[in-house]
Design a protein around this ligand. Structure first.
Ligand code: NG1
Ligand code: MG
Length: 522
């Protein structure tokens, strides 16, 4: 896998062939709109896609591996640059959107030394650009030191990832923005890992304390493959091909049209889960590791993760057990962690601040300041048992799914139905775990999954953060029409959808490529 963002020669390098018929005209419109608005040609286009997560939900911020794939829908930005005068302390950004009536144009001056201010309390579409810009500037200043001179930028944006739909429109636009700023400032070879890491940190600055799955999927994906992403000990991504099956499989993506506004609900949904799993890690550490064990500081939002506990637990496992622990596979370790979690975190009803503080040997004020000052949450009780059980079992499901894809046992079989069913049932278990243990599903998503399974899907689950958003279904190609018809009849026909929503409601997406640059011929 190349380590720098590729420069595409043609759109066929980026999109699956079926998508080219729409994407060609769309890229042309981007360039002609750019010229109409700014009166000259763009120099280059930056592009990063949305993603669908195949398996591994809500475990990236606990630093467990996940398995997403990039989709065709993406953000594209046409850009032209001009140098700033010698000694200038600011540079100018003009930014507009092809859908000018929905997203109004904006321009602002950026202080080179401090970057741009972002008001995260205002929901403004250019905030995502600004957050990518800020991250990229930081990296550029680090690379070039004080003498760094930034260029003025003129930008035209077009995005096709539905907003609030669980397909990560935010990561698509933040990574595209950061990539555009890097390229505009002379970085022709942008390191994928640098880009991913800066996009993760940048996106946290706009309000949600996410893991790094979306940004990694957006940057690293390659056409035709899913992506196995690991976060610990270091960020790593490798492509995974779907093995040939009979019947052939595809992923159907179905929207629920329940919009999860993460920025508003974060204190009771997403960010609360981030806090809960860190509390669970701290609790298990205090209860099970030798007294005084510090969990390793890691790259998770709260710098303490269940993966960190996992590592120390098997490292310290009583000396008598140690050699046994050493010989366990990753799968066996996770099974063991499920067992000890059940024995240790026994309170189904959750834990109060007082209860957690007590075992951590700190005051409630100290607990608040350590875990809840950076991230605001609203809760009386923290369901540590359920959340930790979801994370450990989900991490195990990812490994099982990945192993099946890498080593399909059916080589040569004329009918792979049992194999297909096995993949599907792992996805179904994820949905059940999200519904019951992580409590991030919603009745609409449960219903969509039920209908799809009855109509012939092997595996159905919500994908992404949940509480609405989007679902993904592993469907044999010869059943796609049946599943679509059933969903149409039982779900979509009961909603009042706009024409645009009708188009987005159900999509079969082949894995697309990740971030790319395209240089416009002058
Ligand atoms: P969505 O909301 O689908 O973009 C979020 C997080 C991911 C991951 C999933 C749950 C952001 C930007 N992304 O995805 O990192 O934690 O939820 O698996 O919040
Ligand atoms: Mg998002």
């Amino acid at each position: 896998m190349s380590s720098t963002v590729p420069v595409a020669k043609s759109l066929a390098d980026i999109y699956p062939s079926a998508a080219l018929i729409n994407e060609g005209p769309r890229w042309n419109t981007l360039l002609t709109t750019f010229e109409k608005v700014y009166g000259h040609k763009a120099n280059f286009i930056a592009r990063s896609p949305g993603r669908v997560n195949i398996i591994g939900e809500h475990i990236d911020y606990s630093l467990y591996s996940v398995l997403p794939m990039a989709i065709t829908a993406d953000a594209i930005m046409a850009v032209s640059t001009t140098p700033t005068a010698d000694g200038a302390s600011t540079f100018k950004v003009r930014i507009a959107n092809v859908e000018g009536s929905k997203f109004s144009a904006n321009e602002f001056d950026v202080p080179i030394s401090t970057g741009v201010e972002i008001d995260a309390t205002q929901f403004e579409w250019t905030n995502y650009f600004k957050s990518g810009l800020r991250g990229a500037l930081e990296l550029l200043r680090k690379k070039h030191g004080e003498g760094f001179k930034a260029s003025n930028m003129e930008i035209m944006v077009d995005g096709t990832v539905p907003v609030g739909g669980g397909l990560s429109s935010s990561a698509a636009i933040v990574t595209t923005s950061a990539l555009a700023v890097m390229k505009a400032n002379g970085q022709d070879r942008v390191d994928k890992k640098d880009l991913t890491e800066l996009a993760i940190v940048s996106e946290r600055a706009v309000g949600v304390n996410s893991g790094g799955m979306d940004q990694a999927a957006s940057v690293f994906s390659e056409q035709g493959s899913a992506l196995f992403v690991s976060f610990s000990p270091l960020l790593e991504a490798r492509t995974v091909k779907m093995p040939p099956t009979n019947p052939e499989l595809c992923f159907l993506i179905a929207q629920s049209f329940v919009t999860a506004n993460k920025h508003v609900t974060a204190p009771i949904h997403y960010n609360l889960r981030v806090v809960e799993v860190s509390l669970a890690a701290a609790y298990l550490n205090a209860a099970l590791n030798p007294p005084g064990t510090q969990l390793p500081e890691d790259a998770g939002p709260l710098r303490i993760s269940l993966q960190g506990f996992h590592d120390t637990y098997f490292y310290y496992a009583n000396t008598s057990d140690y050699s046994a622990a050493k010989s366990l596979s990753k799968e066996e370790e996770l099974e063991k962690l499920v067992e000890v979690t059940k024995e240790t975190l026994t309170q189904e009803e959750g834990y109060t601040r007082e209860e957690v503080a007590k075992i951590l040997n700190m005051t409630v004020e100290e607990l608040d300041s350590r875990f809840m000052s950076k991230i605001t949450v609203r809760a009386e009780r923290f369901k540590l048992r359920q959340r930790a059980l979801h994370v450990f079992t989900e991490a195990l499901r990812v490994l099982k799914f990945f192993t099946l894809l890498e080593r399909p046992l059916h080589t040569g079989a004329s009918d792979t139905t049992p194999f297909n069913q096995e993949l599907g049932s792992i996805m179904n278990e994820t949905q059940e775990s999200c519904r019951v243990l992580y409590e991030n599903s919603c009745p609409e998503n449960d219903n969509i999954c039920r209908v799809a399974l009855l109509a012939g899907s092997y595996g159905s689950r919500q994908t992404g953060a949940g509480w609405g958003g989007c679902t993904v279904h592993l469907v044999p190609v010869n059943k796609v029409e049946d599943v679509k018809a059933a969903l149409q009849r039982e779900y979509f026909s009961k909603l009042k959808l706009t024409e645009e929503q009708k188009e987005q409601a159900m999509v079969v997406s082949k894995p697309a490529g990740g971030s790319a640059l395209y240089v416009v011929e002058s």
